[in-house]
Design a protein. Structure first.
Length: 220
């Protein structure tokens, strides 16, 4: 895997280019309300975990923060901030947090495996380490994955449930739009993971075609 910084959307390690976020994309896009909550978690975990870890790498003496085992430290930091986000969501909207409990638990794991850690600790990056650059790169990855999840859910939820929803308070989610079944022609197969994978495959084909047409296939 290349440690060089890649384009957050067209790069080979992007959510669609390398399918690094395919699992979260399929699971979190069933409802728009779920997608919004997961998008907030992505920004929260990616931004805060990267800023804290980059500060430890660049500002703390190596004797107190040795190079060995830093990957586990980054995973623990991401999990800590993911837990804080889950706690705040439980206090604000318990039912909504229950609906996406498992998805919120795996967001830190996606962060730890996104390549951010390798970019921070690689010698080429450490020579001129910049916390702002690292955080902006992490937020760019989070923005791409969050945007794809929300866009995918806007397509998928109406086709599956004839509705669009947002996170609510007492009820867990609030339906903001409802389509009559005889006017919108829902396709219930998209409610399952199997249907979501079929829809994702079609989107990936469009993505690869657009990537080749725009970049000529030379962009990393």
């Amino acid at each position: 895997m290349s440690l060089d910084r890649q384009h957050s959307f067209w790069g080979s390690l992007s959510p669609l280019g390398g399918l690094s976020g395919a699992g979260l994309l399929v699971m979190a896009s069933a409802r728009l309300s779920w997608a919004v909550i997961i998008a907030g978690s992505l920004f929260w975990v990616y931004g805060l975990a990267t800023s804290v870890f980059a500060f430890l790498c660049y500002e703390i003496n190596p004797r107190f923060f040795p190079a060995q085992g830093r990957g586990f430290v980054f995973t623990c930091i991401a999990s800590f901030f993911g837990s804080i986000y889950l706690l705040l969501l439980c206090l604000l909207c318990p039912l909504a947090s229950f609906e996406v409990f498992f998805l919120l638990l795996i967001v830190p794991l996606f962060c730890a495996s996104s390549g951010i850690f390798e970019q921070i600790v690689s010698p080429a990056e450490n020579t001129h380490g910049d916390i702002i650059t690292d955080v902006s790169g992490a937020l760019s990855q989070a923005a791409v994955l969050a945007g794809l999840i929300i866009a995918f859910s806007i397509i998928r939820e109406p086709l599956s449930y004839c509705s669009l929803s947002l996170p609510g308070t007492a009820g867990g989610m609030v339906t903001i739009m409802y389509f009559k079944s005889n006017s919108f022609f829902p396709i219930g197969i998209f409610a399952s993971s199997t249907g979501a994978l079929l829809l994702l495959g079609y989107i990936i084909c469009l993505y690869q075609y657009g990537k080749n047409a725009i970049t000529g296939g030379y962009l990393k």
